[in-house]
Design a protein. Structure first.
Length: 64
C-alpha cells in the first residue's frame, strides 16, 4: 500500500504544481520573478509555514 500511496501523492503534487502554469503562464512567470527579489530568510519562512500546514493537515486527517 505504501508505494501506491506515494505514487498517488506525487501525482497530486504534480497536478497542483501544473495548474498555475496551465491557467496563467504569464502570471506564473511574473510570480517567479518576484520570488527572485525576495531574501532567503523570507523564502525559508514561507517554506517552513507551508511544511507546517501540510504536516498539520496530514496529522488531522490520519488521526480522525
Amino acid at each position: 500500500m505504501f508505494p501506491e500511496s506515494l505514487v498517488v501523492m506525487l501525482g497530486v503534487v504534480l497536478i497542483v504544481e501544473g495548474v498555475p502554469w496551465f491557467l496563467s503562464p504569464r502570471g506564473t512567470k511574473r510570480m517567479l520573478s518576484e520570488l527572485l527579489r525576495m531574501n532567503d530568510n523570507s523564502l525559508r519562512g514561507i517554506g517552513l509555514f507551508f511544511m507546517l500546514v501540510g504536516l498539520l493537515l496530514v496529522y488531522f486527517v490520519k488521526s480522525s
